[in-house]
Design a protein around this ligand. Structure first.
Ligand code: NAP
Ligand code: MN
Length: 260
């Protein structure tokens, strides 16, 4: 690994750890290259890694990501702050195993034309101003008309994030699936929807149609965009993937146990 860059969370511990990583790798004749790095080292939390991944979306398939956490153990981060020497040793000397994380592709339709966005954790349609009505289709087959604040589509790696706050299930890493979860669904005699979360394997398409997405927001990871004027949104797991450098085995159960 010759060319690297570092993304740091804006706090004292992360910044000083990040500087230490930069100067050590330069002393090992590695090249600090922000334009075209082979590896991106994230120093902070899972949120920091999400920012790093989105910054590199245009070259996501040519870059490896590794994270060191300066808060609690994360799902995107493999090293604790006290293990910075191990991280440096591994990055300099070991060939990494790579773990692929499939991205969620979100298409915003205007008639037949669409724009694609990509998410790592989840994408959700939410309206906090008025009741949002959404006709949900799975592979063009009508499932239900949802009414409420919105709906969330999470990936496996995002299942421990917003999805978990919505009482969605946590999915273990080998499960390649999306999870559809309600945000404050309205359930009474005149309005019914599934209410529990629905796990949908890859190769399926979830489509949200609505007569009006006025005031509705499409949130994807830490980013968002308005949906005014859009008539449908589709979600699918796509071939595009982010690649994490794994230098040592990391237990998902340990990460999960550490979360709560
Ligand atoms: P943020 O402050 O960067 O993140 C919010 C929290 O979610 C942080 O504690 C972050 O961990 C954690 N997180 C992010 N990805 C995770 C994952 N895959 N598994 C477990 N925890 C994860 O917030 P943001 O910039 O607004 O949004 C980024 C992400 O945060 C979103 O994709 C969403 O999933 C999540 N989020 C969750 C809620 C909620 O649960 N109610 C609300 C807003 C956002 P670190 O502290 O390690 O960074
Ligand atoms: Mn965390």
């Amino acid at each position: 690994m010759e060319r690297f860059t570092v993304v740091m969370r804006d706090d004292e511990v992360s910044l000083s750890l990040g500087q230490r990583i930069v100067s050590h790798l330069i002393s090992e004749n590695k090249i600090l290259d922000d334009e075209n790095p082979q590896i991106v080292i994230s120093v902070g939390g899972d949120g920091t890694m999400l920012h790093a991944l989105h910054q590199r979306m245009h070259q996501i398939e040519n870059v490896l990501f590794v994270g060191i956490h300066t808060g609690t153990l994360g799902f995107f981060t493999d090293y604790e702050a006290s293990e910075v020497e191990d991280l440096l040793e591994d990055v300099v000397h070991l060939p990494p195993m790579t773990e692929e994380v499939q991205l969620l592709e979100v298409r915003r339709f205007n008639g037949d034309s669409f724009e694609s966005l990509y998410a790592i954790n989840e994408a959700r349609v939410e309206n906090i101003i008025k009741t949002q009505s959404i006709d949900v289709y799975i592979d063009k087959e009508y499932l239900e008309t949802f009414r409420g604040n919105g709906l969330c589509v999470s990936t496996q790696i995002g299942s421990t994030a917003y999805n978990r706050s919505l009482r969605g299930a946590v999915l273990l890493p080998s499960i390649r699936a999306m999870q559809l979860t309600e945000v404050a669904g309205i359930h009474h005699k005149l309005s019914r929807s599934l209410s529990t979360s629905l796990v949908i394997p890859e190769n399926h398409i979830i489509r949200f149609e609505s007569k009006s997405y006025y005031d509705s927001i499409l949130c994807y990871d830490h980013l968002h965009i308005r949906l005014d004027g859009v008539d449908a949104v589709e979600f699918r797991l796509c071939k595009k993937a982010a690649r994490f450098a794994r230098y040592r085995p990391t237990s998902f159960i340990k990460r999960l146990n550490n979360l709560y």
